[in-house]
Design a protein around this ligand. Structure first.
Ligand code: ASP
Ligand code: MG
Length: 411
């Protein structure tokens, strides 16, 4: 008998019929003898609808009141799911975040969980009930309702699993697992049976949106075995774990991530003196713009070129700041480029294999794709390329690193 925390996202509870399907699924586990705690999101679209309402009153709704309101989305689904369970003979009870006492700090709309009181839940489980808990919400020391940031129900699920010392946290969603890359780009992408937390974090931060990043961090920190599964299809899903077992068949690269969310800025002909990087990036960071990749060229004629990438949303802001810096420093010019994309290969196998980066560059060279920037970490190599070659690059790399599904599979 296991204790399992199951989290169902907005589309999985998007209608009464779906909620009844979820109840049937939970019942199956119950009938197996497992103890089940279910965490649910609001019905899909509901959180957006509520935020919209608030925005009709004010562009900048008071954060405390926004939390009081958006937390109702999850309050509806916990009650509906508990009703659906009871209707099919499964004793169940719903709890809001504050009723459990998911204690958070007071940072409304982006609160962090400080502590979870698991006593009441254990009591309910002991009494034979399925406990349905509202995702995305908590309560601060003073009793104010808080929310954890968009997509926060994943974090609730993982945090509850950690607090309850659950055997597994299952995240049910509209895909059947984590893939080697986006199947919409590569038809031969494959579902991964396993991926490590570290790899998953890289994949998630690079745009694979299966799980909220904070939830993955949390699961890694507390060693909560996490599994991503399809809500309404059978299958093993993808297990996210700590262990990096190396087997002969294990590919060196686990996945290929990409994103189109970045823009590139170059400041050319900067006098090359100590402190250049700080003089350029200091004001950028003061403007609250986060920098991702950075390249500084070797100086010739006592000047240097400095290139970095930022999120596209920050592009105009960064460009303005950079133009000011260029004037102050007497730089030659500033060039911006939004038509770029970042492609990354990710895999813990890189630690024990040499030549992974050059294999990547070779695959891109064969397709005549020019690499504009490169950055590496222990388990990742990223390149910036022209955006129009993105899909070609991802497909070429997927093949080069032997991630393609065997013929007949994956289409
Ligand atoms: N309902 C919240 C949102 O839409 C939380 C979640 O779905 O995880 O962001
Ligand atoms: Mg979600």
């Amino acid at each position: 008998m296991a204790l399992i925390v199951q989290k169902f996202g907005g589309t999985s509870v998007g209608s009464v019929e779906r909620i009844e399907q979820v109840a049937a699924k939970v019942k199956k586990f119950r009938d197996n003898g497992d103890d089940i705690v279910v965490v649910v999101s609001a019905m899909s679209g509901e959180t957006n609808r509520l935020i919209d309402l608030a925005k009709q009153i004010s562009d900048q709704p008071v954060a405390r009141e926004l939390d009081v309101m958006v937390s109702t989305g999850e309050q509806v689904t916990i009650a509906l799911l508990a009703m659906a369970l009871i209707k099919i003979g499964v004793p169940a009870v719903s709890y809001t975040g504050s009723q459990v006492r998911i204690l958070t700090d007071s940072a409304h709309t982006k609160a962090r969980i400080l502590q979870i009181d698991s006593q009441q839940i254990h009591k309910e489980l002991k009494a034979g009930r399925v406990v349905v808990v509202a995702g995305f919400q908590g309560v601060d020391e003073a009793g104010n309702i808080t929310t954890l940031g968009r997509g926060g129900s994943d974090t609730t699920g993982v945090a509850l699993a950690a607090a309850l010392k659950a055997d597994e946290c299952q995240i049910y969603t509209d895909v059947d697992g984590v893939y080697t890359t986006d199947p919409r780009v590569v038809a031969k992408a494959q579902r991964l049976d396993k991926i490590t937390f570290e790899e998953m974090l890289e994949m998630a931060s690079l745009g694979s949106k299966v799980l909220q990043i904070r939830a993955v961090e949390f699961a890694g920190k507390y060693s909560v075995p996490l599994r991503v599964l399809h809500s309404f299809q059978e299958g093993p899903g993808t297990l996210i774990t700590l262990d990096e077992e190396e087997s002969m068949e294990q590919p060196i690269i686990s996945g290929i991530a990409f994103n189109r969310d970045e823009a590139k800025l170059t400041i050319r002909g900067v006098p090359d003196t100590p402190g250049v990087a700080f003089k350029i990036l200091g004001p950028i960071s003061s403007a609250n713009v986060e920098v991702d990749m950075i390249v500084q060229n070797v100086a010739h004629d006592n000047t240097t070129d400095f290139t970095f990438t930022v999120h596209r949303n920050d592009y105009h802001n960064a460009l303005q700041v950079l133009e000011g810096i260029a004037r102050d420093m007497g730089a030659r010019e500033v060039i911006g480029d939004v038509d770029i994309a970042k492609v990354s290969i990710v895999g813990v196998g890189m630690r024990s294999h040499a030549g992974v980066a050059s294999r990547m560059f070779e695959a891109l060279a064969k397709e005549n794709i020019n690499i504009q920037m490169i950055s590496t970490s222990e388990i990742k190599v990223s390149v910036v390329i022209e955006e129009k070659y993105l899909e070609l690059a991802v497909r070429a790399l997927h093949t080069a690193f032997e991630l393609d599904a065997p013929a007949g599979k994956g289409d």
